[in-house]
Design a protein around this ligand. Structure first.
Ligand SMILES: *Cc1c(COP(=O)(O)O)cnc(C)c1O
Length: 447
């Protein structure tokens, strides 16, 4: 069961923070895990080998020679806007802007595209179209296209994973079917259909859409199912972000060390994306990085999975929560077991986000930094305030002996999607945020 007080806050949908008591120092975590930094580096090397192909398939990747990456934005204006008084120990805040990721428009570009590419490479190698060390641009050749046209890629999604898988699969010539859960936005389905991807709409939630995809692929040797609830490929595709962030922090002059902690706040759905990134960051920065997950109050599936004292899958409906949220990318009722196992020793904690806060924060991000994101992508924005200004955050800082070095801390808020949101849709999100903001009587720092 969950600790009593936490359970009651979660059940009331009251935003709250949880600290992970199963967190262990990296040396200890490494001894118990078959995966390590080599897996992150291996994924980075594979990504690099796909770059030439990606640049050829997607003209928007020309300027970066086929590398899919997002900027790190200084967030001083956000920091001074949301902290009501200037706090000298607030450190420096940044936004890791995965909402701008090309090709897929969300963090799923890191995982989904990678897994489709690996599958294409494996198929082409099995058929003898390419050798193990060949130039992977050959995956875009007419012979490869012909091979892929005979094969299908299938996935279940709340929207963004479907977009990344569908777009990448279609670009290589695969047939693709995306099973969309109820909350998937209409524009995401339209965009996929425009790429001639089959979109199957489900009345059920993410779990139901994944199950439908898994069933469709079963027993079909020409079908490949991307399993968001279990995929190590997705996970390590995401993990490469840690290496990129490390470079970007260096370039920004930020040092991470024992007296210069790094705090990272990542929106969490099924757990693959934040899991992979947390894994990569802990491999690189060890105990100096503190990763927190952000989930909607309607779907805190990973928080519940990790906070309970028994080891079993748990669905948010067990607490009477309904998994209904406008943060469609995070509308997941049951966490990935694979991601949960990986996260347990590594993640510092998690917090929940009230439904209206997604919109208020979307509005604030635009106002202070001029960035346009989708609601899910804002989930991490209250992270620094949870750590710096809540009782649970304070406990974390005390436990890690960080109270006297917070002025040198770096806080990274991960924004995870939004590049493709149609203008009229964005305007309605923004307007809703403005209205909520105007109505707020308790002030912005309410938690
Ligand atoms: C998918 C997604 C996430 C979380 O990724 P998971 O692997 O589902 O945990 C966060 N933000 C957005 C916008 C997403 O689409």
């Amino acid at each position: 069961m969950l600790p009593r007080q936490l359970q009651s806050l979660l059940a009331q949908r009251a935003p709250c923070m949880w600290r992970n008591e199963c967190w262990v120092p990296i040396a200890q975590a490494r001894r118990k895990c078959e995966f390590g930094l080599k897996d992150v580096q291996d994924a980075a090397r594979r990504w690099q080998r796909f770059a030439g192909l990606l640049a050829r398939l997607f003209p928007e990747l020309g300027p970066t020679q086929g590398i899919i990456e997002s900027p790190l934005y200084a967030a001083d204006a956000l920091q001074s806007a949301v902290l009501t008084t200037q706090v000298p120990t607030a450190g420096r805040w940044f936004i890791k802007g995965d909402h701008t990721l090309p090709v897929a428009g969300s963090i799923k570009a890191r995982g989904g595209i990678y897994e489709v590419l690996l599958h294409a490479q494996t198929l082409a190698q099995m058929r003898g179209l390419i050798g193990a060390e060949d130039d992977l641009r050959a995956l875009g050749s007419p012979a490869a296209r012909q091979l892929f046209a005979d094969h299908e890629v299938i996935v279940g999604s709340t929207g963004n994973l479907g977009l990344s898988i569908g777009i990448m699969a279609a670009a290589l010539g695969f047939r693709a079917t995306v099973h969309m859960s109820a909350e998937a936005k209409i524009w995401k389905k339209r965009r996929l259909r425009a790429h001639r991807v089959d979109v199957v709409e489900h009345a059920g939630d993410f779990g139901a859409a994944v199950a439908a995809g898994r069933r469709q692929a079963e027993g079909n040797a020409r079908a490949y199912f991307v399993d968001d609830e279990n995929s190590a490929h997705l996970f390590f595709g995401y993990s490469v972000a840690a290496l990129r962030l490390q470079e970007q922090l260096q370039a920004a002059g930020r040092t991470v060390g024992p007296r210069q902690p790094l705090f990272v706040y990542i929106p969490c759905g099924v757990g693959g994306a934040p899991g992979g990134i947390t894994f990569g960051l802990r491999q690189l920065f060890g105990d100096y990085v503190h990763c927190f997950l952000a989930e909607p109050v309607a779907a805190p599936c990973m928080l519940m999975r990790l906070a309970q004292d028994v080891d079993r899958p748990i669905n948010v409906r067990e607490l009477g929560l309904d998994n209904r949220t406008d943060a469609d990318g995070l509308a997941v009722a049951q966490a990935s077991e694979f991601a949960a196992t990986m996260l347990r020793p590594l993640v510092a904690g998690a917090f929940t986000v009230a439904e209206g806060d997604f919109f208020e924060d979307l509005f604030e991000l635009k106002r202070s930094l001029g960035l346009s994101v989708e609601p899910s992508a804002t989930a991490g924005m209250r992270g620094p305030r949870w750590v710096l200004q809540s009782a649970t955050g304070h406990e974390h800082l005390v436990q890690h002996d960080l109270l006297d070095c917070l002025q040198d801390a770096t806080h990274v808020i991960w924004t995870t999607g939004g590049a493709f949101v149609p203008d009229d849709e964005y305007r309605s999100f923004h307007e809703r945020g403005r209205e909520l903001r105007t109505q707020a009587t308790l002030g912005y720092t309410r938690q």
